[in-house]
Design a protein around this ligand. Structure first.
Ligand SMILES: C[S@@+](CC[C@H](N)C(=O)[O-])C[C@H]1O[C@@H](n2cnc3c(N)ncnc32)[C@H](O)[C@@H]1O
Length: 276
């Protein structure tokens, strides 16, 4: 046993550090891509948008302010990281939804746009059952936008050739060496998502992938360490001790390089349309 989490348990945390990480990731993500909603998706006045596995609700809330004429509905299996209903924009609300269970009829076929992001730590191998649930939420002709970090594309970047990345590499790759037991931090299905869309009956409208630009790499390194620390907190004691040592040395490498070393990986965005 290498991790303390069971297959259907969430591998990351839900405390203030995890929430701060999600919010930081969101703002960096949107800056990097230049949009909240992919330009291929028409967001018309009166549209109904679902944000599934919403986390802190940051994507939905950020967007609700920009589109007061659109209604937003966030869902998550656990709303512990989201704000209270009193603090939501007037055009946004939240409900509990478990994507691993059948979707309630109440929400089926209700949404013009369904957004989800960062399910890589929720889905081990096969996104098809979750994709089916997301599709059920869509109206005929509705759009699904799914964003992920594609961990298998990861690479390590240096601002100067002489910087060491020996420990940083181990920090970024150690979770994938646990692959035989838990593939959630090294999701192999992400690069195949468009194929899953087609098999599931969605028309693929966009399938884009993009590494982060160098001006965000130093910022991105911080949430990467936060994820690794969270991952470590759920490891069995022997692995936690070994990984702790790797992280300590990797942090020193980042300091020695004056923040000039980082992990990078592609952000993947796949947009699909449900047939009319
Ligand atoms: C890495 S966070 C991403 C949050 C948000 N989508 C974002 O990009 O900021 C993953 C989210 O998936 C949620 N989640 C985990 N298992 C789930 C399930 N079975 N059904 C719905 N949401 C789930 C977690 O509670 C967490 O909020």
């Amino acid at each position: 046993m290498t991790t303390g989490t069971k297959e259907h348990e969430y591998v990351l945390g839900r405390d203030y550090l995890s929430s701060a990480r999600l919010n930081l990731q969101h703002y960096l993500w949107v800056e990097e891509l230049g949009y909240h909603v992919h330009p291929s998706i028409p967001l018309k006045p009166g549209a109904k948008v679902a944000d599934v596995a919403t986390g802190t609700g940051v994507w939905m809330i950020d967007l609700a302010h920009r589109h007061p004429d659109v209604s937003f509905h966030g869902f998550d299996v656990d709303l512990a990281q989201a704000p209270p209903p009193e603090w939501l924009p007037a055009n946004a609300k939240l409900d509990v939804m478990d994507l691993l269970k059948p979707i309630s009829d109440e929400f089926a076929g209700q949404f013009d746009v369904v957004h989800t992001r960062l399910l890589m730590c929720v889905i081990s191998e096969n996104p098809a059952p979750i994709l089916e649930n997301l599709m059920k939420l869509l109206k005929p002709g509705g759009y699904l936008q799914w964003g992920e970090m594609d961990h298998p594309t990861h690479r390590f970047e240096k601002s100067k050739p002489e910087h060491s990345i020996e420990w940083l590499q181990q920090a970024g790759e150690f979770p994938s060496t646990l692959r035989t037991e838990d593939t959630r931090m090294d999701a192999r299905w992400v690069s195949q998502l468009a194929e899953y869309y087609k098999k599931g009956g969605l028309e693929v409208v966009a399938d884009e992938h993009k590494y982060r630009g160098s001006s965000h790499l130093a910022f991105y390194c911080d949430p990467a360490f936060m994820v690794w620390e969270e991952w470590r907190s759920k490891m069995a004691p022997k692995d936690a001790a070994k990984y702790g040592e790797i992280l300590t040395n990797a942090k020193k490498e980042v300091q020695d390089a004056k923040r000039g070393v980082s992990i990078n990986m592609e952000i993947r965005t796949v947009v699909g349309r449900k047939p009319e």
